[in-house]
Write a protein that binds this ligand. Structure first.
Ligand SMILES: Cc1ncc(COP(=O)(O)O)c(C=O)c1O
Length: 403
C-alpha cells in the first residue's frame, strides 16, 4: 500500500519522502515503538514535554471521563467550566506568586504571544505608552507565532517570513553587562525582557550565576517587566515546579506549556503576577485576547491529572536524582576523553561533544535512543519517569557513538 504524502512536517524538509519518517505507533513509560517493532528510549520526552511518561492510564482515564461529561466548550464571557478553574488553581498554587491569575491556551507559542501582548498592554495601562521594546537573548526559543518568531534568538528561525513584529532588541545570552548597556540606551522604551530560565531549544544553556537576578534588578530599575518563558523549564524539569524557584528569581509573567499536561492534550498559558493582573481589573476594562480553545475542558482535565501525577509520583524531586545520575555518567565520559564537558540542571542536559552534534542524532537513533543535536551539544531531556538503567543506556550509547 502506498503511503499518502500530504503531511507537511514541522521543522522538516518538505522534500523528504513520508516513507523516510519513523512511524511511532505506541509508547510506554520512556520507551517508544515504531511500525517495524523497533524500540527507542525517548531521551527527549517527545519534544521536552512528557514529564509523566507515555501510556499513563491515569491520564487516559481522566481525559476519557471529561470527554464523556463535557468534551468541549469555550470560556469566553459568560462561560466557564470546572476543569479550567481547577487547573488554573493548581498552577497558581505551584507558582512562586501569591494569588496570581492564569490565562490558558493550547501551545507555547500562544502563551508567548499572549505574554508579550500583556506586557505591552500593562505598560500602556500604567501610562508608559513609549514602552514597546522587548529584549530577547541570543539562543532564545520562544515559539513560531509572529511574536515568538520576533522574540527568537535563533537567527535562521526569524528569516524568510517578511517583516516581523517591530521593537525587538537582541542581547548576547550570557552577559548581564550587555543587558545593562541596552537598558542604559533604551531603558525608557523597554516594555519587557523575555528569557527562558534555562535556554532549551537553543542548546540547553543554564544562566550564568546572578544573571537572572541581574535581569530582575534592571527591570525593576527601569519599570520594565520580566517575562520568564517556562515552556520547557516548568513542571519539574529543573528540579522545582518552575525555573523561577530553582534560580530564586520571581518574574512578572510566566509562560508554560509542555509539562503542564505532559502533552496528553494541548495546554499552555501565562501566569500573571498579582500586581500586574491588578492593572487589568479596572471596571469596564476588557481583555481583548484569547483563543477558541482557552480553557478547553479535556485539555484542562489532562492538566489537572498530570499535576496530580507529578505530585504523587514525586517527579519534581526525581528530576534532581535524574540530574545526579546523568552527571555521574557524563563525568565518566569526560574522564575518558569522550566528551569535552556538559551543562544543565535537573533533568535537562547537553553533552558537549566538541564537534557538530547534529549528525549524531541519526547514529543514536539507529542504536535506539532519541536525542537532539544542537550545535556541539547532545541534548538529554527524558521523561521524569526514566529509570537509572535507562539513564545508563543513554550514557553507554553516547559513548559507543562517539568512540
Ligand atoms: C521556551 C519555549 N517557548 C515556546 C515554545 C513554543 O511552544 P509550542 O511549540 O508549543 O508552540 C517552545 C517550544 O519548544 C519553547 O521551548
Amino acid at each position: 500500500m502506498s503511503i499518502p504524502a500530504h503531511l507537511l512536517h514541522p521543522f522538516s524538509e518538505p522534500i523528504k519522502p513520508e516513507a523516510d519518517f519513523i512511524n511511532i505507533v505506541s509508547a510506554e513509560g520512556a520507551v517508544l515503538t515504531d511500525d517495524t517493532g523497533k524500540q527507542y528510549l525517548d531521551g527527549m520526552a517527545s519534544l521536552w514535554y512528557c514529564q509523566v511518561g507515555h501510556g499513563r492510564r491515569e491520564m487516559i482515564d481522566a481525559i476519557t471521563a471529561q470527554a464523556r461529561k463535557l468534551a468541549t466548550y469555550n470560556t469566553f464571557d459568560p462561560f466557564t467550566n470546572e476543569p479550567a478553574r481547577a487547573v488554573a488553581a493548581l498552577i497558581a498554587d505551584k507558582s512562586p506568586f501569591d494569588d496570581p491569575r492564569v490565562f490558558l491556551g493550547c501551545s507555547g507559542s500562544e502563551a508567548v504571544d499572549t505574554a508579550l501582548k500583556i506586557a505591552r498592554l500593562v505598560q500602556q495601562r500604567r501610562g508608559h505608552d513609549d514602552k514597546q521594546i522587548i529584549i530577547r537573548r541570543t539562543h532564545g526559543y520562544h515559539g513560531t507565532n509572529f511574536g515568538g518568531t520576533a522574540a527568537q534568538g535563533i537567527a535562521p528561525n526569524r528569516e524568510g517570513w517578511g517583516d516581523l513584529v517591530p521593537h525587538f532588541i537582541e542581547v548576547p545570552n550570557d552577559n548581564i553587562e550587555d543587558v545593562a548597556k541596552a537598558f542604559a540606551r533604551h531603558g525608557e522604551r523597554i516594555a519587557a525582557v523575555i528569557s527562558e530560565p534555562v535556554q532549551g531549544a537553543g542548546g540547553v544553556w543554564p544562566p550564568e550565576d546572578g544573571y537572572l537576578q541581574g535581569l530582575r534588578r534592571l527591570c525593576d530599575q527601569h519599570r520594565s517587566l520580566l517575562v520568564f518563558d517556562e515552556v520547557i523549564c516548568g513542571f519539574g524539569r529543573t528540579g522545582s515546579w518552575f525555573g523561577a524557584q530553582t534560580f530564586g528569581v520571581t518574574p512578572d509573567l510566566m509562560t508554560f506549556a509542555k509539562g503542564v499536561s505532559s502533552g496528553y492534550q494541548p495546554l499552555s498559558g501565562v501566569i500573571v503576577a498579582p500586581d500586574v493582573a491588578q492593572e487589568l481589573c479596572e471596571p469596564g476594562f476588557m481583555l481583548r485576547t484569547g483563543y477558541t480553545y482557552s480553557g478547553h475542558p479535556m485539555a484542562c482535565a489532562a492538566g489537572v491529572a498530570n499535576i496530580k501525577l507529578i505530585e504523587s509520583d514525586g517527579l519534581v524531586e526525581r528530576a534532581n536524582d535524574i540530574g545526579k545520575k546523568t552527571v555521574e555518567g557524563l563525568d565518566a565520559l569526560v574522564a575518558d576523553g569522550i566528551i569535552k564537558g556538559y551543562r544543565g540542571v535537573g533533568a535537562v542536559w547537553a553533552a558537549d561533544v566538541g564537534r557538530d552534534a547534529v549528525p549524531l542524532k541519526r547514529d543514536m537513533l539507529d542504536r535506539g535512543v532519541v536525542i537532539r543535536g544542537v550545535g556541539e551539544g547532545i541534548i538529554w531531556c527524558p521523561p521524569l519517569v526514566v529509570s537509572d538503567d535507562q539513564i545508563a543506556q543513554f550514557i553507554e550509547t553516547l559513548a559507543e557513538v562517539l568512540k
